[in-house]
Write a protein of this length. Structure first.
Length: 862
């Protein structure tokens, strides 16, 4: 009676069949492999736990599925066993199999599927391999394996090409057909490796010269790979069939008594599938309400899965197969590898603490298939002949034990940085092309409108000029005539007035006759005065007509003004598009920088600093620029530093932050610093540091100032624009260690300039530098120590000219800093050395000795 099978242990005459134990018939009771560690052997990494201990994040449980297939009788068996019944009886509707021990006793076993000798190749594929292939397309690893005695149809089931009859195609061809139908030719890729395990040596069936491939195991994840194997990209079904023909031609087979074409090696077909998918959308919560209307776009992911199709060599008994010589050695090797596989499955089925996974290369290759993370289906093939009942029983028991092995399925997903960068580049190119197209259309339209307006204005001006000239000449002529007449009348009136005076005198003396003449003359004078007023009215009328003509010309000017307003609106829209392009470019630069950080982290195997954000920002920017010089240069050349600096004054906070980051990245290169300073970049950065309280803006602006402060000319410019006092104020206000590190780095660079020593002392630069010791962050302390060392160097040079007293003043400030400064334990010896050097430089000055002595004693107390 089989100890591990689904059986009743009763004959046909012992009553009804008992239902199998619940532990034997459950369909989804699974185990998992624990994560590998350095304290476990490779075999102990396959320990199992109960299925209740897993969550959805840990994986999906999946038991090994086992199907049995009966081969029909061949011609030899039909003749030799004509008088004997088959040793097995199938009950496919109940998924049971009866194995006859003799004419009156039998054993019953249950499987996931029972396939009769009449089952088609399509039916076999659908119940055995199709669920595995669908899981592979979803991102899981999968394995389909055929096991059985030699000559029972394993190769027919898996590797049949069906060149003459497509209905006879095996699992290998049908699996590739379904994969090719469900993948995208543009975004997905499929590669194939075809190997054979012959005499414990892995050989490449696609490259016979590669006859000793080594197995490589990842010590961190336990994954098995074959880096020396040939990988061929598959584009269509025909190329895959040609690869299978090439591999079958190189596979080793021999003629035995049991099988005319007995496989002498285990054939392994590995299909690697890489698919691009989009992750889930993530809602971004807002401060006012937990439920957000903002959704972060899904990230592109790459799912890598592997389908392993294994055609095991048939187990055989040497006495029956008649193997001799080299064939005998081959049979021994085959039986040993199959025996090692059986031991591993027994250990996994019995929850053994140790699984002998390293006893054979076959078990090492199938490590992920049994007790690992792959979805596994096993098809066991048997023959009907009673002469091979022992081999048939052994095959059935192997399948029964395999049904107890449980795997934990996991999807292998990776973030697709390349796809995202490529998509952003395409989007950026489209935006640039669209902007250029719109800009060209806009320029053409503006040029056309300007030309039309100029023509219309020129024509109107010409018409009005002619009309005005004519009216002016006419009015001038009339005015001159009127003036001439008035002058003549005025002269005449003056003469009359003189004559009237004379006549009045005469009248007074001569009588009333003259008075009458005077009255007549007065009437004439009044008439002339009235005529003069009429002439003035005519002149005013002509002036009003001239003003109307001028108003008509002003209408043309109003139309020109309207066109200018429309032109200004278009320029504003163009400026907004340029801002969006700069933001996209900065985002692409930042993503490329993060991708490089991820690559360097992966290359170090996860070791190193677990918090890369605490690294030096100047070094990070330099590393980023050294690896991506072309994108930064392109951004600098295409956009221009003036436009980038204009964005620093943008009302949009995000635009302003991105612009500051771009300026900081550009300032890290010495070649860009001069252009930034000439364009007013230093003034803008100091303005940001003075005006904004946003920590990110202040941190990045301080970092950019620190980069610019490495140049001596820029150092003096920083001093002239009040940068030292501004940095001192920022150092006292800021609490963020990274902001303090940037400010300390900037002051440390200024401390190395001999010309700035007095200003640093008077404007509180040295005091602010020492005050930042309160942060106690190692990076901040390093910058403080560097600044003091730079200041001491300059003062030591000055001491040779008789100004050594300044060093004592600095030491007094160090002494007043107290325990905060003495917390810089990592720099204790360097500070002692610096104090000793200062003592030597100062000579025998008593006050200096006292300050140095007190400083060293206080440091010694720590």
């Amino acid at each position: 009676m089989a100890s591990n099978g689904y059986r009743n242990g009763t004959g046909t005459n012992k009553g009804a069949i008992k239902p199998p134990a619940s532990s034997n018939i459950r369909s989804s009771s699974f185990k998992s492999r624990l994560p590998p560690s350095s304290n476990h052997s490779p075999g102990s990494a396959l320990r199992r736990t109960s299925s209740a201990s897993f969550t959805t994040a840990a994986g999906v449980p999946g038991r090994v599925r086992v199907a049995v297939r009966l081969r029909p009788r061949n011609a030899e068996e039909s003749t030799a066993d004509a008088d004997f019944a088959d040793c097995v009886e199938l009950q496919p509707e109940l998924k049971r199999l009866k194995l006859r021990k003799n004419n009156w006793e039998s054993e019953t076993y249950e499987f996931d599927e029972v396939l009769t000798e009449f089952a088609s190749q399509k039916r076999v594929y659908e119940v055995v391999a199709k669920p595995v292939v669908e899981s592979v397309l979803d991102g899981y690893n999968g394995t389909v394996m055929a096991y059985g005695q030699t000559g029972t149809g394993k190769t027919f089931t898996l590797g049949r090409l069906g060149e003459e009859d497509t209905s006879a195609r095996g699992i290998m061809v049908r699996s590739m057909e379904e994969i090719l139908v469900n993948v995208s030719r543009e975004t997905d890729s499929i590669s194939v490796s075809y190997l054979q395990l012959y005499m414990e040596t892995i050989q490449d069936l696609l490259d016979p010269a590669n006859d000793n491939i080594s197995i490589v195991e990842d010590p961190r994840t336990g994954d098995v790979s074959l880096p020396g194997a040939t990988h061929v990209e598959i584009k269509d079904e025909q190329s895959f069939l040609e690869l299978l023909r090439l591999g079958e031609a190189h596979r080793i087979a021999a003629n035995t008594k049991l099988n005319t074409e007995s496989s002498r090696s285990h054939a392994i077909l590995m299909v690697h599938v890489k698919r691009s998918v989009l992750g889930e959308e993530v809602a971004i919560p807002t401060e006012s309400d937990k439920s957000s209307h903002f959704v972060k776009p899904p990230k592109p992911l790459v799912r890598k899965s592997k389908l392993v199709l294994v055609d095991l060599a048939g187990s055989e008994r040497v006495q029956k197969s008649g193997s001799e010589g080299h064939m005998l050695e081959e049979a021994k090797s085959i039986n040993l590898s199959l025996s090692a596989l059986g031991k591993c499955i027994n250990a996994l089925a019995e929850n053994s603490a140790h699984v002998p996974i390293r006893d054979s290369k076959l078990t090492r290759l199938l490590r992920d298939s049994f007790g690992g993370t792959a979805r596994t289906s096993l098809i066991v093939t048997i023959g009907p002949s009673p002469r091979h009942r022992g081999e048939t029983a052994s095959t059935i028991l192997f399948g029964q034990r395999a049904m107890k092995v449980e795997n934990m399925l996991r999807i292998k997903e990776e973030f697709d940085y390349k796809s995202l960068a490529r998509r952003l580049e395409i989007q950026l190119d489209k935006l640039i092309a669209e902007n250029e197209r719109q800009q060209k259309a806009f320029d053409d339209e503006v040029e056309r409108i300007n030309l039309e307006a100029q023509n219309r204005v020129s024509e109107v001006e010409r018409n009005f000029t002619d009309a005005l000239e004519k009216e002016r000449l006419k009015c001038q002529m009339e005015y001159m005539e009127s003036v001439k007449k008035l002058e003549e009348k005025m002269i005449e009136n003056q003469q009359k007035h003189q004559h009237d005076g004379f006549m009045k005198d005469k009248c007074n003396g001569e009588g009333p006759g003259f008075c009458e003449d005077i009255a007549v003359i007065k009437k004439l004078l009044e008439k002339e005065t009235h005529m003069r007023k009429e002439a003035e009215k005519e002149v005013n009328k002509l002036k009003s007509q001239l003003g109307q003509h001028m108003d008509a010309g002003a209408g043309g000017d109003a139309e020109i003004l309207k066109l200018q307003i429309a032109l200004e609106d278009e320029v504003h829209q163009k400026k907004k598009l340029e801002e969006e392009i700069i933001i996209l470019r900065s985002q692409m630069l930042q993503l490329t920088f993060e991708a490089d950080q991820m690559r360097r982290c992966l290359a170090r195997g996860g070791s190193g600093n677990a918090y890369p954000g605490l690294d030096s920002p100047m070094s990070q920017v330099r590393d980023s620029l050294s690896g991506h010089k072309t994108p930064v240069s392109a951004l600098f050349d295409q956009v221009g530093v003036e436009k980038i600096l204009d964005l620093l004054e943008s009302e949009d906070a995000n635009v302003r932050i991105h612009a500051v980051k771009v300026v900081a990245n550009l300032a890290a290169e010495e070649a860009n610093q001069e252009r930034i300073v000439e364009a007013g970049g230093l003034t803008s950065l100091l303005m940001l540091l003075r005006s904004y309280e946003d920590e990110t803006v202040r941190r990045v602006a301080a970092g950019a100032i620190a980069n610019l402060a490495m140049n001596e000319a820029n150092q003096e410019l920083i001093m002239v624009q009040g940068g030292i006092s501004l940095l001192s104020t920022t150092a006292s206000d800021a609490e963020d260690p990274q902001t303090l590190r940037m400010v300390a780095g900037a002051i440390a660079n200024l401390c190395g300039n001999d010309k700035l020593q007095a200003t640093l002392r008077s404007e509180g630069g040295i005091k602010a530098l020492l005050g930042m010791v309160r942060c106690r962050h190692p990076d901040v302390l390093s910058q403080v120590a560097r600044g003091i060392a730079n200041f001491a160097k300059c003062e030591s040079r000055a001491s040779t000219n008789g100004n050594g007293l300044h060093i004592a003043l600095v030491l007094l400030q160090v002494y007043e800093a107290g325990d905060h400064f003495l917390s810089m334990k990592v720099h204790f010896h360097g500070l002692c050395k610096m104090l000793t050097m200062m003592l030597h430089l100062l000579g025998d000055t008593l006050s200096s000795h006292c300050v140095i002595w007190h400083s060293m004693k206080q440091m010694q107390r720590t």
